[in-house]
Structures are given as structure tokens and as C-alpha cells.
Ligand binder design. Structure first.
Ligand SMILES: *Cc1c(COP(=O)(O)O)cnc(C)c1O
Length: 411
């Protein structure tokens, strides 16, 4: 039995023993109370398909499945799966609960931040006009332009374009004001790009207020800080969109749209359970709705300072593991916006250590246990490690593997 299997078996045993009623989620058909002998290792469900799990030393990357839900969220999803409810009633009630928790006028659970962008845009184009809701993405006769700064174009703006709108790119405040017409449905702001445009978020929000055009901010990866759940709408954005499966640690297929009640209500009409709507393809089930509601409760109650200290302690463990290797330097850094949590940057002198970033990342990926580092450019002598999505026991393992790889390569 290899190290990896042993480690995960132990974890699964503890998990299963703690939540016997939900053991079926992980160990289908397990009728008896699990013991260390009969517990199915958590990685087993994946290994049945030949898929090898890994330690997440990257962060909340969707392609790496982003985050793990806490046990309380798994329990909420399991309990939700045991009874039927009206999906409309549930959307309404969960929205109210979440809105009151975060101090927003209204809230809607979506299938992700991307879905929230689509539903928010559709709300700004169609409102609650059923004929318009059915007509889009054909926007004939409707407001069909969304204005944004050129530097705020990004991959996920496809979610906005799905509604059938044209994106109008501007660079200055003057250009933005001149671009506004009777065709303007919405002004869009990408929080991550705040520093890359001439109009910052405060000015953008107040432009929306002054002109009366609805504003939407994408803050998908901007939790923590927890304050962001209220800051953007307080600042004057009509709508703010977040991922549920990143820092919030809700279900992977969940997201959150917060803001003005009329627009949030219209966003709901533009998605499931309404069959003839643009975002019907982004359905959320009762399990995700209850899971995200629980995740938001946990997130607003959590001791964020203690969690930050824990992340810093993991960072120190990894730094300590590599910093005495000749030619290797390791430092803590915190990204300025998005994934604003402690990370480790490992850099090395390529004249002494003949490794590229990809060499190290591949060695971590192919080793035992498998480890995924933060994605990055391949040709540099720098590897970033994200610690916040690790499980508590992972940091020493990652430190040891990094140490091994670099020590072996010292010329
Ligand atoms: C992750 C991300 C999204 C998409 O979020 P999902 O919840 O996966 O749909 C959108 N915008 C930004 C800036 C993101 O980082």
C-alpha cells in the first residue's frame, strides 16, 4: 500500500465515521456502520475510473475542480436530496436567506458565476417581459448593448454575449458617456481588472447611478475578503456576481447573484425552472441551492483571521522545506485582487538548478502523492504554490516533495 492510499484511507475513515447517515454519498451501498476495515477510501471512487486524485497546491481552478466542500455542506446537500420541494419556492426562500446573511437587497443562487453573468445580462435586456425573455438571444427591438472597458474583455464575457448583446468597448470616462444610448442595457465591470482600466470600480458604480444604466460587477474569485459580499452593492453596483465553488466552498456548480430586487427577480425569470429562457441550460438543483445556502452561512460565521493564520502557517512550512537548498528562494505573496490569500513563490537560480517551471510541475504531478501546483508560464524559474485549498495535513507533504525535486536537481 503506497503512502498516498494510506493517507487518504485514514482521512476517509474519519470522514465516514463522523457522518454515518451520509456515508452513502461516498460509499454507495455501504449499509453497515463503517469501520477502518470496510471504509472505502475517498480516492477509490475516482480510481474505479482510473482517475488519480491530487493534493491541490494550486487554488480554486475550475479545471482542477476548484475546492472541496466542508462536511456541513455535504450534509446539507445530502439532506436536500431526500425530499421533494417546489424549485420556485426554494429559489425564493434561499435567495431571501442569503440576502439577509450578506446584507443585500436580494440574492439568486445560480449554477456558477458565469451563469450569474448570463442571467444578470438577460435581466438588464428583458426585465420580466416574458415575450422578450423568450425571444433572446434574438435582441431585435430590445436594448442590446453592454458597455465595458477594453481591458475588461475576458474569456467569461462569452456568458454575457450568450444573451445576444454586442459588447461596446471604451477606454475613458468620456468615451463611456458618449457610448450610452437608448440601446444600452448594462455597464459591465470585471473586478479583477480594476487596475487595468482608466475607470476604477467606485467611479464606474457612480457612473451607473448617475446615468441610471444598471451595472454588473464580476467578483467571481474575490472572496475573501468576506466584506466583498456587501462592498460592491454598497458602492452602488446594481448587481454583483460570485462563484459558489471557489472561496465560498459551496458546491462546484453554484454561484451567487446579489443586488437590486427587481433585477434579481428578472434574472430568476431568465433561468431555470423557466423552460423557455436563455439560462435554462444553467439549472441548479435543490442540492446545490441548499449546499450554497449552507456554505454562505458557514462563510459569514467563520473566523477569517484564524483561517488566514492557518494559511500563513502552511506557507511557512513550505518555505522552510526548500529555503536551505542552494540557489532556491521562497517567499510569501498575496495577489492584489482575486485569490487574495497567502501563496508561496519558489524561484531558483537556473544556472545552478537545471529545471523549468514545467519540469517541477510535471514532477509534482507524476510523483507520489500527485500534487498540482498553481498553473503558470512554463519557461520561467518560478513555481507558485497555493495553500488555501489544501487539506490540513497536506502542507508538509508538498514541502517534502518540493524539497526532494529541487535537491535532486542541484548541480
Ligand atoms: C471563475 C470565474 C468565473 C466563472 O465562475 P464559475 O463559478 O466557474 O461559473 C467568472 N469570472 C471570473 C473572473 C472567474 O474567475
Amino acid at each position: 500500500m503506497n503512502r498516498f492510499f494510506t493517507r487518504w484511507s485514514r482521512r476517509q475513515f474519519l470522514t465516514t465515521a463522523a457522518i454515518t447517515p451520509t456515508a452513502g454519498l461516498l460509499a454507495t451501498g455501504c449499509q453497515t456502520a463503517p469501520t477502518e476495515e470496510n471504509a472505502i477510501p475517498v480516492d477509490d471512487i475516482y480510481s474505479r475510473l482510473g482517475v488519480r486524485p491530487f493534493i491541490n497546491a494550486a487554488g480554486t481552478y475550475t479545471a482542477l475542480t476548484a475546492s472541496l466542500i466542508p462536511q456541513e455542506v455535504a450534509t446539507a446537500m445530502h439532506e436536500a436530496s431526500r425530499q421533494y420541494v417546489s424549485l420556485g419556492e426554494l429559489h425564493q426562500a434561499a435567495g431571501e436567506r442569503i440576502a439577509s446573511l450578506v446584507g443585500s437587497e436580494a440574492a439568486l443562487v445560480t449554477s456558477g458565476c458565469a451563469a450569474a453573468l448570463t442571467q444578470a445580462t438577460a435581466a438588464c435586456v428583458c426585465g420580466s417581459d416574458v415575450a422578450a425573455i423568450r425571444q433572446i438571444p434574438d435582441t431585435t427591438g430590445l436594448k442590446n448593448q453592454v458597455i465595458l472597458q477594453k481591458s475588461h474583455r475576458f474569456g467569461y464575457d462569452h456568458a454575457i454575449r450568450n444573451v445576444g448583446v454586442d459588447l461596446v468597448e471604451v477606454e475613458t470616462r468620456e468615451e463611456l458617456e458618449a457610448a450610452i444610448s437608448e440601446k444600452t442595457a448594462m455597464l459591465f465591470f470585471l473586478n479583477f481588472a480594476n487596475d487595468q482600466g482608466q475607470i476604477d470600480r467606485e467611479e464606474f458604480a457612480s457612473l451607473g447611478q448617475e446615468t441610471g444604466i444598471p451595472t454588473l460587477i464580476d467578483a467571481a474569485a474575490d472572496l475573501p475578503p468576506v466584506e466583498n459580499l456587501r462592498i460592491f452593492t454598497e458602492m452602488g453596483f446594481d448587481l454583483a456576481a460570485f462563484s459558489g465553488g471557489k472561496g465560498l466552498r459551496g458546491p462546484q456548480c453554484s454561484g451567487l447573484l446579489l443586488g437590486r430586487r427587481d433585477l434579481v427577480d428578472a434574472a430568476y425569470l431568465n433561468g431555470s425552472p423557466h423552460s423557455n429562457s436563455v439560462a435554462r441550460i444553467a439549472k441548479v438543483g435543490k442540492e446545490e441551492i441548499m449546499g450554497l445556502t449552507r456554505a454562505v452561512e458557514l462563510y459569514v460565521e467563520k473566523d477569517h483571521e484564524a483561517e488566514w493564520n492557518e494559511w500563513e502557517s502552511r506557507v511557512r512550512t513550505i518555505i522552510a522545506g526548500v529555503s536551505d537548498i542552494p540557489g532556491v528562494t521562497a517567499n510569501q505573496f498575496v495577489p492584489h485582487i482575486a485569490n487574495e490569500v497567502p501563496h508561496v513563490a519558489i524561484t531558483w537560480d537556473s544556472t545552478r538548478i537545471n529545471l523549468t517551471r514545467d519540469d517541477v510541475a510535471n514532477a509534482l504531478r507524476e510523483g507520489e502523492p500527485r500534487i498540482e501546483a498553481r498553473p503558470g508560464a512554463g519557461d520561467t524559474s518560478r513555481l507558485d504554490i497555493g495553500v488555501w485549498m489544501m487539506e490540513p495535513e497536506d502542507a508538509p507533504v508538498v514541502a517534502a516533495r518540493c524539497s526532494e525535486i529541487f535537491r535532486d536537481a542541484v548541480a
